[in-house]
Write a protein that binds this ligand. Structure first.
Ligand code: UD1
Ligand code: UDP
Length: 366
């Protein structure tokens, strides 16, 4: 018998983290049966389909089309619609990535069905349980058989929760696998030029955390960005959560707002930015690999390695500190090297572990 896997994705960062794992499963375990499920948590073309196209991910075998909702409604819908798919596909292993609601919902369904779980990007902790992602991480990790981590601090976080030993594997960063795989394409994209911007001559902004964009802090952010835009062009591709909130605000026309941009263009924009202002987890990592200064508008980060390398600066959840960005660029030094195992081969290491699953072993006599 050969390994039957069922991978679940749902939101923008999932597609980037899972693409290399899916490709490697098909390459390294060709006699396996590898099924992809899309929960439908993200559904706009620029939040979903474009990633499948640009990363060469085959269309999902099952689309649950759950759409948006409160946390409990969305989680419950995914669980309700995934359970029959699991019954039909009978996988030996369910694979999830990251920390979105689709990750936690899929882990719960698999655990209840007694199917082992592999969690890609395990062990990250902000130690702030008001973040929905922190709950999703803790639950997915507690339930997983294979915990694939991308930085050393994650091993300590898991150990503090009693998760140790051969369940935990330091494989590296699959999001960076995706970046490296498309590097020649995004380097040639010149996305900044297409928008009338010069390489090295703009601040790229991306913000979508509820703590920042769902309340009054967003008004202060927009005011501060207007001030920056008098000195350095500001380009802000707007996440749909943030777009809803911006509709009721007056935005300084000096700030260039766009729809979310495709993956290749967004990597190109990051690589050529003077600096990036964000609250995204993935963007903290990509700027670290690219050696671009990143300013994070949050009180915590679950990715301390990005601070240690020197690219990421935690501003706090305090928009007034946006004023510190331009002066801080003066002394910026590019890091000597990316964090350990952010080298394009994380998926290969992870799948090598999965290939040892009992179901994938040749039956006796074969
Ligand atoms: C989700 C994840 C977050 C992740 C982010 C990546 C959870 C709890 N949150 O946040 O961890 O960092 O994705 O981008 O899982 N919407 C659209 N079109 C879409 C998708 C969403 O218009 O294609 C709008 C809807 O109004 C929706 C809102 O955005 O209510 C929020 O979407 P949701 O997936 O619930 O959370 P995100 O803020 O995207
Ligand atoms: N991204 C993109 N277009 C955008 C903004 C982000 O392609 O307009 C990519 C980014 O390069 C990274 C991923 O989306 O690969 C990060 O997703 P997001 O910030 O939505 O989620 P988080 O990482 O915070 O969970």
């Amino acid at each position: 018998m050969d390994l039957r896997t069922l991978s679940v994705v749902g939101a923008r960062p999932n597609f980037v983290k899972m693409a290399p794992v899916l490709a490697e499963l098909r390459r390294a375990i060709p006699n396996g049966h590898h099924v992809l499920v899309h929960s439908g948590q993200h559904y706009d073309r620029m939040m979903s389909e474009i990633f499948f196209e640009e990363l060469g991910v085959p269309a999902p075998d099952h689309s649950l089309e759950v759409g948006s909702g409160t946390h409990s409604v969305q989680t419950a819908r995914i669980m309700e619609r995934l359970e029959p798919v699991l019954d039909r596909e009978r996988p030996d292993l369910v694979i999830v990535s990251g920390d979105v609601n689709s990750t936690m919902a899929a882990a719960l369904v698999a655990a209840k069905a007694n199917v082992p779980i592999a969690h890609v990007e395990s062990g990250l902790r902000s130690f702030d349980r008001t973040m929905p992602e922190e709950i999703n991480r803790v639950v997915a990790d507690a339930l997983s058989r294979h915990l694939f981590v991308h930085s050393e601090s994650a091993i300590g976080n898991l150990s503090a929760e009693g998760i140790t030993g051969e369940r935990v594997a330091f494989v590296g960063n699959t999001m960076i696998d995706s970046l490296i795989a498309v590097e020649p394409r995004f380097r040639a994209a010149e996305a900044a030029r297409a928008l009338g911007l010069n390489a090295g001559g703009y601040l790229l902004v991306t913000l979508h955390r509820p703590a920042l964009v769902d309340g009054p802090l967003l008004t202060e952010v927009i005011g501060r960005l207007g001030a920056v835009a008098r000195e350095l062009p500001v380009l802000f591709p707007v996440h749909p959560r943030t777009r809803k909130m911006l509709e009721s605000l007056e935005v300084d026309p000096a700030i260039t707002l766009t729809e979310p941009v495709g993956y290749l263009d967004f990597l190109s924009l990051q690589a050529d930015a003077a600096a990036v202002l964000t609250d995204s987890g993935g963007v903290q990592e990509e700027t670290t690999y690219l050696g671009v200064p990143c300013f994070t508008l949050r009180d915590t980060t679950e990715r301390p390695v990005t601070i240690d390398v020197g690219t990421n600066h935690l501003l706090g959840l305090d928009p007034t500190r946006i004023a510190e960005i331009l002066p801080a660029l003066e002394g910026f030094q590019r890091p000597a090297s990316p964090p350990p195992l952010w080298d394009g081969q994380a998926a290969e290491r992870a799948v090598a572990v999965l290939a040892l699953e009992p179901a994938a072993m040749p039956e006796e006599g074969q």
